[in-house]
Each structure stands twice: as C-alpha cells, then as structure tokens.
Design a protein around this ligand. Structure first.
Ligand code: ADP
Length: 165
C-alpha cells in the first residue's frame, strides 16, 4: 500500500489544497493530511477547528476517489511525522517561484535526515494556483467574497470566526 503525507497548516483548507489532495489520489492509496500545530504562525483557526474542516472536506474526496484519507495533527519534525504514519512520500503543492526556494531547501534538509522518503511536488489546476490561505483570510477580514477560493462550509466558518454573516 502506498502511503503519502501531505503536510501543511491548513488555516483554513482551500480549493488549492483540495485540488492537490485530489491529484494525490492518483499516486497513493492512503493520504495522511498532516495538520501542523504551528502556534508560532498565529493561526486564525485553532488546531481542532482546522482538523475538523480538513476531515469534513476529505470525507468528500474519499467518496469521490476511493482514496483513504486520514488526518494527523503533528508538531514534530516532518520526517519523523512521515515515519510515524508509514509514508514513503511527502506531497507538497507548488505555486509560484516564491515557493520553490523554500521547498528546495526543505527537500535537501529532509533528504539528509532520511534519504528513503521522496518529496513529490504537484501543481494545482490553473484556476486554483493563486489561492493562498493567508490571502483568503485577509480578503474575508476586509469584507471580500471568498466563494471562489474555499468550500461553502469553510467560507461559513471563516465568516463566523470573523463575526461576519
Ligand atoms: P505551509 O505552512 O506548509 O505553507 P499551507 O497550508 O499554506 O501550509 O500549505 C500546505 C501545502 O499546500 C504547501 O505545500 C503549499 O505549497 C500547498 N498549497 C497551498 N495552496 C496551494 C495552491 N493554491 N496550489 C498548490 N499548492 C498549494
């Protein structure tokens, strides 16, 4: 069985993340979504809220693709998390050039820690490539419409969190 780990903050999960998860279903039998606790990043949603949103969205993808999807909060080294869940590959999404430098460094460091785990990069469909959780939060905070960036449930959760109707 091929197991992949897709790590991120998912604050909140967007249509860009979901597109990557869909694409990963062609590569793995089980995808573990690693939700980083990342308190330092000052997430808008607390860990339980992020995990609940990821779980709800992943249940839909499992129904559509048959891929098993598990959600695993983690606060340790990524490579240790991959070993903990039995993953042979780490899945990352690549957006613009800006992502590349950081990801390039991460692969180098992770390889030095464990050469047996490959990192696989996927690109989202063009219409989702520009979506970033950070900007979605900013737009929602400033009263903009985030309908084309997140699912309806996530949009409702965002507006509720920000005291919008
Ligand atoms: P992190 O804190 O690791 O950047 P994110 O939740 O922002 O966490 O992103 C998790 C992963 O999903 C990263 O690999 C990121 O590049 C990828 N990703 C996020 N948004 C998109 C998108 N719109 N298209 C492709 N990949 C994306």
């Amino acid at each position: 069985m091929r197991i992949g780990l897709y790590p991120g903050t998912f604050d909140p999960i967007t249509l860009g993340h979901l597109d990557i998860i869909h694409r990963a279903s062609a590569l793995v039998d089980r995808l573990v979504i690693g939700v980083a606790i990342n308190q330092d990043k000052g997430p808008l949603f607390d860990l339980d809220e992020r995990v609940a949103m990821v779980k709800a969205e992943c249940a839909r993808i499992t129904k559509e693709t048959g891929m098993e999807c598990l959600v695993h909060p983690f606060d340790n080294l990524l490579i240790d998390c991959a070993r903990d869940v039995g993953a042979s590959m780490i899945i990352r999404g690549l957006r613009a050039v800006a992502d590349f430098e950081y990801e390039y460094q991460m692969v180098g460091m992770n390889r030095a820690l464990d050469d047996g785990i490959e990192t696989v990069f996927l690109m989202a469909d063009a219409e989702y490539q520009a979506i970033a959780s950070k900007l979605v939060k900013e737009i929602a905070r400033l009263g903009g419409d985030v309908t084309t960036f997140v699912t309806q449930d996530v949009r409702d959760a965002l507006y509720a969190k920000l005291g919008r109707s």
